[in-house]
Write a protein that binds this ligand. Structure first.
Ligand code: NAX
Length: 327
């Protein structure tokens, strides 16, 4: 049998946490042979609910689940962690400015970055789900100088998966027929889902749909899907967000298939004009446990404008947290 992997989930008592933990414990995060040690981090008010979830995890008798620890102390939560899923975050309150939101989240992601730096395993991989995810990842990374920068990532896989299904439904195709779709930029309404490199049945997706559908329906539908889910469900995306987090880590560890790529927000190396160091979504492959940005794609004017707008928003967020002394 394989060595156990320690997985820390923050915001474990939240709705994404509830959808996520059972899938991790059942062996879907890494593979079906790797035992899992779960660490649940919550704030004090969330501890009791986290204990309830842990009771249910016990009641599943998952063969791979070795242990569950619950704590409200970040240092304890990240001691020896191999995979950190940073889900708990401060939501935007009524009348809250973006600066206030970033500052409040700094109060969460700074100490968590420090705790990861102090105690996580050498191979630690971090996925930030809690919004504003890209910039929260940047804050955590800034406080973990001993951890390689590339280990801090943020989630755009839900946007990617949303885009796959919108495109498949439009063309009456299966998601299995789609390759090389990309979400660029920020996990926000400015994100850019790119069909100019995506292929459906081996042919460029953008050439199989009307330009008006692409610009006026597809892009806004994907970008505003989170709001549409809230409108319909009366609560924000939870199971689909948990599913995307599983996909992100599973791909990171196990790799992308030959001839395809996926989307993840990872630190920029300056590719495609994205300032170095920004945690921005790119087309990525994964191999030997590492994400790499797909190089050499031609970016036309339509895409350039949209990528630049989303990246500009990330630059603005970074500048705000810089002024706050958070990065
Ligand atoms: P919930 O409000 O249901 O749960 C959040 C949990 O985090 C709560 O139990 C809370 O007690 C806990 N928490 C707060 N501060 C904490 C801290 N410092 N340490 C540990 N735990 C803490 O939210 P949920 O619906 O689960 O969503 C969680 C986050 O995911 C939100 O920030 C949300 O905006 C974000 N999302 C990100 C998505 C993405 O694609 N990147 C999509 C889904 C989701 O909207």
């Amino acid at each position: 049998t394989k060595a156990p992997v320690t997985v820390t989930v923050t915001g474990a008592a939240g709705q994404i946490g509830y959808a996520l933990l059972f899938r991790i414990a059942s062996g879907q995060l890494i593979d079906a042979e790797t035992p899992i040690k779960l660490r649940l981090l919550e704030i004090p008010q969330g501890l009791k609910a986290a204990e309830g979830t842990a009771m249910e995890l016990d009641d599943c008798a998952f063969p791979l689940l070795e242990s569950i620890d619950i704590t409200d102390d970040a240092r304890t939560a990240f001691e020896g962690t191999n995979v950190g899923l940073l889900v708990g975050a401060r939501p935007r309150g009524k009348g809250m400015e973006r600066g206030d939101l970033l500052e409040a989240n700094g109060g969460i992601f700074k100490p968590q970055g420090e705790a990861i730096n102090a105690g996580a395993a050498d191979d630690v991989r971090v996925l930030v789900v809690g919004n504003p995810a890209n910039t929260n990842a940047l804050i955590a990374q800034a406080h973990a100088p001993d951890v390689p920068a590339e280990r801090f990532t943020a989630m755009t896989r839900l946007d990617h998966n949303r885009a796959l299904t919108q495109l498949a439904q439009k063309l009456g195709a299966s998601v299995n027929d789609i390759r090389k779709l990309t979400i660029w930029g920020n996990h926000s309404a400015t994100q850019y889902p790119d069909l100019f490199h995506a292929e459906v049945g081996g042919k460029i997706a953008a050439e199989q749909v009307e330009q008006s559908w692409l610009a006026d329906e597809f892009i806004p539908t994907v970008a505003k899907r989170g709001a549409a889910i809230i409108e319909a469900r009366g609560a924000s995306s939870a199971a689909s967000a948990a599913n995307a987090a599983i996909d992100h880590v599973h791909t990171w560890v196990n790799g992308t298939p030959e001839g395809d790529w996926t989307s993840a927000a990872i630190p920029s190396d300056g590719s495609y004009g994205v300032p170095e160091g920004l945690i921005s979504s790119f087309p990525v492959t994964a191999k030997d446990g590492k994400f790499e940005i797909v190089q050499g794609l031609e970016i036309d004017e339509f895409s350039r404008e949209r990528i630049d707008a989303s990246v500009a928003e990330l630059v603005e967020e970074r500048d705000t947290v810089r002024k706050l002394g958070l990065v």
